[in-house]
Design a protein around this ligand. Structure first.
Ligand code: NAI
Length: 286
């Protein structure tokens, strides 16, 4: 039975969202993506011009098709939430119906239902600042874009998710251990995301038979990670100290996502699953 997935947070072929899309496509799922409005144009142009053609190739030689790209800004739930300066911002005026509620409505209109929801997005405007130097506004923005966005996506997509459906997000170990450099309230946002994973697993499980899990991924040189500024150090640290001394590939996270949303994981919900070459299990660096 073919499943349909909506993956929020794909804007190039370097991040976890893209790798998850590929693993799900390789397993036979139909792929829909939600792309952040300010980067929608460049993503669609690159797709159309074939810039991602090489990385669209799946292990069996076929090519990943994306059935539809939806503009999305997961910081806004309904049109009433959009402030005037965003409404008139020229990076936004070219797109419409990009609030979470409207995207869910559009997906319903276009496809009827989905089986899999993936949240692969985060944003913390003050991520490079230590927590003690983070403003209230920056902290709340990190939580809004990186944690509440998941609550909102689930809330709006659950009504169009088939029973037995499944949802995942991506988190980072800075939620539970001190990772200097992961600032701006992003560590707090990931802690919220992990806690919410448990509560949402309960609520969506009882009410809708939907599973909710999160993958705590190791470091990947994505666009978002490069913006934080310490990604190369984190990759080197992992290489030096993790039980498995190899660079983590996005595909390894993608494959775990495919497992988690499949019937093979039918009893797993509310879990934080580490895909990090085992680094989380170390007590000291050696
Ligand atoms: P990425 O840059 O590929 O993905 C982040 C995406 O979020 C981008 O496409 C961006 O356009 C989108 N986005 C930002 N604000 C948005 C908004 N308001 N509405 C909709 N989309 C928005 O980077 P990456 O690293 O693959 O990030 C995906 C997830 O993986 C994030 O949750 C991140 O925290 C998590 N993660 C990343 C790690 C890494 O080392 N790269 C490690 C552990 C977790």
């Amino acid at each position: 039975m073919s499943k349909r997935a909506f993956i929020a947070g794909v804007a190039d072929d370097n991040g976890y969202g893209w790798a998850i899309a590929k693993s799900l496509a390789a397993a036979g799922a139909e792929i829909l993506v939600g792309t952040w409005v300010p980067v929608l144009n460049i993503f669609e142009t690159s797709l159309r011009r074939g810039k991602f053609d090489e990385s669209r190739v799946l292990p069996d030689g076929s090519v990943m098709e994306i059935s539809k790209v939806y503009p999305l800004d997961a910081v806004y739930d309904t049109p009433d939430d959009i402030p005037e300066d965003v409404k008139t911002n020229k990076r936004y005026t070219g797109s419409s119906k990009w609030t979470v509620q409207e995207v869910a409505e559009s997906v319903k209109q276009d496809f009827g239902s989905i089986d899999i929801l993936v949240h692969s997005l985060a944003n913390g405007p003050e991520v490079t600042k230590p927590l003690l130097e983070t403003s209230r506004r920056g902290y709340l923005a990190a939580i809004s874009a990186s944690s509440y966005s998941y609550v909102s996506l689930l809330k709006h997509f659950i009504p169009i998710m088939n029973p037995g459906g499944s949802s995942i997000s991506l988190t980072y170990i800075a939620s539970e251990r001190i990772i200097p450099g992961y600032g701006g309230g992003m560590s707090s946002a990931k802690a919220a995301l992990e806690s919410d994973t448990r509560v949402l697993a309960f609520e969506a499980g009882r009410k809708n038979k939907i599973r909710v899990n999160t993958i705590s991924a190791g470091p990947l040189r994505s666009r978002a990670a490069k913006a934080i500024g310490f990604i190369d150090t984190m990759i080197e640290y992992s290489l030096a100290n993790a039980p498995l001394q190899k660079e983590l590939s996005a595909e390894e996270v993608g494959n775990t996502a495919a497992f988690l949303v499949s019937p093979l994981a039918s009893a797993i919900t509310g879990a934080v699953l580490y895909v990090d070459n085992g680094l989380n299990a170390m007590g000291v660096g050696v």
